[in-house]
Design a protein around this ligand. Structure first.
Ligand code: PA5
Length: 439
């Protein structure tokens, strides 16, 4: 079972790229060894590798025992965060859709409308607030934290508001850590050696997912299985990293992740953030973008088939979506039935598989090399495996590209401008310069 949890199919990669990919396998294996040995560039950020065994299971136990002591009834969790502090949880929630309570998201935008919509939903609920920020300083999350803390304090008074607030942040520094210390709120730590987009399997993901009732042990076990197996077997992360770098060398500067079911939209967004923020630097990197099957075939499909040939396509295929089978009935209208008889009695799953295979062939023939990542089943275990696979592949791929896949200095530029324009003290002269450019 474990060996086939994830496979890579590269049959529809064009020959020249496959040849380059073969040449890159050895450097990719070296990059993988350096990651495992923690001798790679950015080694101080490699704590995600093998995290379940290093700390994850223990942290998970601590979270479970905290949950059993929460002193108030609750039927909703509001998660505040952005980027790596949020997207992994959205990915799991969107993919599995089985919570024992309402899981709501805020703090990842500056939309008053969306914030108010969440606040309105809380009127019918007894909420807990989980705020996740490694730095503790991110503006979007800080704004939402003030709004939702204010709401809790007005509704429950200060003491209970604190008991309904859970902080996930840096072990020692930042405003959120200071807040939790000063107010005696429950706090969990994000390991210092794990960066935001590599942190879904730490307290960042485990706390909100466990509160919502997801099987976080299975999530960790899936990742653990990947780490354990990869030491000894053919490594799909090496193959994926080598193939996408080979495509990049052949001037395929865009990677489209075409996912097989709309429930994978947030997972695709998580992948996009992981690769975009890890590789887009020093004037290099593949632009990661996503396409939902089959809806986007009626939006982007034309471009994929016939537009500029600068793309690599990766299909994310799940063999067992764990959803009930739905059969197409015989058409009750004879006139339509005559034309569409071939559909009768097929399942939607079968038709979706046919659509994916048809697309793979058509796009290959149209000049877009494509590979498929085939995950055997979509459950917490499978997702844990997939997270570990992609994080490992990203670290290897960044090394092949010649960048540090763990930093994100570029994100700081807009943040600094925003802090200056919002009036943060110490940035007054910067703010003045920015304002004069905007006039
Ligand atoms: O991957 C990253 O490091 C980023 O996407 C961060 O997760 C994101 O910017 C949020 O940062 P923080 O957790 O400090 O609020």
């Amino acid at each position: 079972m474990l060996k086939t949890m994830l496979k890579i199919d590269t049959r529809f990669i064009h020959k020249d790229i496959r040849k380059r990919a073969d040449d890159l396998l050895s450097p990719a294996c070296n990059a993988f060894s350096e990651l495992v040995a923690k001798t790679c560039r950015g080694r101080e950020w490699t704590g995600f590798w093998n995290y379940p065994q290093q700390q994850g299971y223990e942290v998970n136990k601590g979270i479970d025992s905290y949950i059993s002591t929460i002193p108030h009834a609750y039927d909703a969790v509001v998660l505040l965060g952005i980027g790596g502090s949020l997207q992994g949880v959205q990915a799991v929630h969107d993919a599995l859709r089985k919570t024992r309570l309402r899981l709501l998201f805020a703090g990842y935008h500056l939309s008053a409308g969306m914030t108010n919509a969440v606040l309105e939903q809380l009127e019918q609920c007894q909420p807990l607030l989980v705020v996740v920020s490694k730095s503790g300083e991110t503006l979007e999350t800080a704004v939402a934290f003030r709004v939702f803390r204010n709401y809790l304090e007005q509704r429950y008074r200060k003491h209970e508001a604190c008991q309904r607030t859970i902080v996930v942040t840096d072990p020692d520094s930042g405003s959120l850590r200071a807040f939790s210390n000063a107010n005696n709120c429950q706090a969990f730590s994000i390991p210092a050696d794990v960066g935001g987009r590599y942190s879904v399997l730490t307290a960042v993901g485990l706390v909100p997912l466990a509160l919502a009732g997801y099987d976080t042990t299975m999530l960790l076990q899936g990742a653990d299985a990947f780490y354990t197996q990869m030491i000894n077997t053919d490594n799909p992360a090496v193959i994926y990293a080598a193939t996408r770098n080979a495509a990049y060398q052949a001037d395929k500067h865009v990677e489209v992740l075409s996912y097989c079911d709309p429930h994978l939209r947030s997972l695709a967004a998580w992948w996009q953030q992981l690769f975009g923020e890890s590789e887009g630097k020093d004037g290099k990197g593949i632009l990661p973008t996503t396409m939902a099957l089959t809806s986007d075939l009626h939006a982007l499909g034309q471009y994929l088939q016939d537009g500029r040939r600068n793309m690599l396509e990766t299909f994310l295929v799940v063999e067992d979506m764990q959803s009930a089978s739905t059969q197409v009935p015989t058409d009750p209208l004879p006139a339509v039935g005559q034309r569409q008889d071939y559909l009768a009695n097929k399942t939607m799953q079968e038709l979706n598989a046919i659509a994916i295979n048809s697309t793979r062939l058509a796009h290959h023939d149209g000049g877009v090399p494509n590979m498929s990542i085939i995950l055997s089943r979509l459950d917490a275990y499978g997702l844990g495996y997939l997270f570990a696979f992609w994080q490992t592949a990203c670290a290897i791929s960044g090394a092949l590209l010649g960048v540090n896949p763990f930093d994100q200095d570029g994100v700081e530029n807009y943040k600094r401008n925003m802090l200056a324009l919002a009036g943060k003290s110490g940035l007054e002269s910067e703010a003045e310069k920015l304002r004069s450019r905007l006039q």
